[in-house]
Ligand binder design. Structure first.
Ligand SMILES: [Zn+2]
Ligand SMILES: [Zn+2]
Length: 147
């Protein structure tokens, strides 16, 4: 039996249902993540897009990741909430934005990227995996979170 988790954007135009358990989350404190979250850092969960059942249509715009790869940023065209990122369009492997889950309060990040850019006053659990910038192979790092 698997858990079911739900989430969506702030206005509800894009909703999703996630089947299975929630993989480990990480936080990123870089300048891009401050912009996309309009806050101190982003929290994301790497997963396969196929575990989501999505209603509504996310818009997408393209940026360049720190790695130099193309990144596709999916968001609600009505309210602007960022939903997930992927290296492909349509999405395949994604990083889901934790704050879009209806119930995310129990999710603690197990790793932190770009701690050198961390907002003043934000304290990190010293037991977590922390990087001043990011590992050379950030995809591999993401996929090994919590192991
Ligand atoms: Zn919306
Ligand atoms: Zn970032």
């Amino acid at each position: 039996m698997s858990d079911t988790h739900t989430g969506g954007c702030q206005c509800g135009a894009v909703r999703y249902r996630l089947s299975g358990s929630i993989p480990p989350a990480y936080a990123c404190h870089c300048g891009e993540c401050k912009k996309q979250s309009a806050s101190a850092f982003s929290m994301s969960i790497p997963m396969a897009y196929e575990v989501l059942t999505v209603t509504g249509t996310a818009k997408v715009f393209e940026t360049t990741a720190h790695s130099g790869k193309r990144k596709y940023n999916y968001f609600c065209g009505d309210c602007g909430t960022r939903l997930w990122h992927s290296g492909t369009n349509p999405p395949s492997a994604i990083t889901l934005k934790v704050g879009t889950l209806d119930h995310s309060e129990y999710i603690a990040p197990v790793g932190h990227l770009w701690v050198s850019k961390k907002q003043a006053g934000i304290m990190l659990d010293p037991e977590t995996d922390q990087h001043q910038t990011q590992p050379d192979n950030v995809s591999a790092w993401r996929n090994n979170l919590g192991q």
